[in-house]
Design a protein around this ligand. Structure first.
Ligand code: DX5
Ligand code: ZN
Length: 222
């Protein structure tokens, strides 16, 4: 189980230190939550801060755009992101933007809110590298994991396996050591955690507990 650290709940007064600390603590990648105050109520940060965070570490940066106009925003994040994900709810046809992210040499991801049917992304499974499944309603950190998300992960895993797709599943929101194993067993490849890491007093222990809890048992969910 890979662990991606969402900086949304870090101490922004010490952003560089916080990024280096989670990198040293074993995070596999950095999750950058960009919020525009329109797609979601909150405003988090934009490209300058995201770039500073990405440049503070050698970890791959995954940018999660929670914005109403992803096509206008994506270009600013390509330079320093290994992957850029945007929300399927923001575009009728995400295909061209997914293709343009990929043609820039970056990985492309689509994110779904918890109440968006999985069928919404089916037409583009061959145009994306990752599905970012929200297990909370996007907009802030520290929320509770929506239990119904486990069934969505299982269904998405079956959908991708049936399509023979190598697309990864990442799960974002309310992840903690208590639910991480179930998320992994349901078929997730990456868990994204913010408060479970940054609200802890030992980042290495927090990340390790997510990795151990999320060790896939090798049981595919049939
Ligand atoms: C929520 C963000 C998540 C969030 C995760 O809109 O997309 O990445 O920061 O934070 P926790 O782990 O605290 O739910
Ligand atoms: Zn996120």
């Amino acid at each position: 189980m890979l662990v991606s650290a969402s900086i949304l709940d870090c101490d922004f007064a010490r952003l560089g230190e916080e990024v280096r600390a989670v990198a040293a603590a074993g995070a596999d990648c950095l999750h950058l939550d960009v919020m525009d105050g329109r797609f979601v109520p909150g405003i988090s940060f934009g490209a300058p801060v995201a770039r500073a965070a990405a440049r503070a570490t050698r970890l791959p940066a995954h940018t999660h755009l929670m914005v109403v106009e992803p096509a206008a925003q994506v270009p600013q994040y390509l330079e320093f992101s290994e992957l850029v994900a945007f929300h399927v709810e923001a575009l009728d046809d995400p295909g061209p933007l997914l293709d343009s992210i990929r043609s820039s040499g970056r990985k492309a991801g689509l994110s779904l809110k918890p109440d968006t049917p999985l069928a919404r992304i089916e037409p583009w499974l061959n145009h994306l590298d990752e599905v970012l499944l929200m297990s909370v309603f996007p907009g802030r950190g520290g929320q509770g994991f929506i239990p119904g998300s486990l069934d969505r992960i299982r269904k998405l895993r079956r959908l991708l396996d049936r399509a023979g797709s190598a697309t990864t599943i990442s799960v974002d929101g309310g992840i903690n050591p208590g639910n991480c194993r179930a998320v992994a067993d349901a078929g997730a490849d990456i868990v994204i955690a913010g408060s479970a890491i940054f609200k802890s007093d030992d980042y290495a222990a927090a990340i390790s507990s997510l990795k151990c809890a999320g060790r896939n048992t090798g049981q595919s969910d049939t």
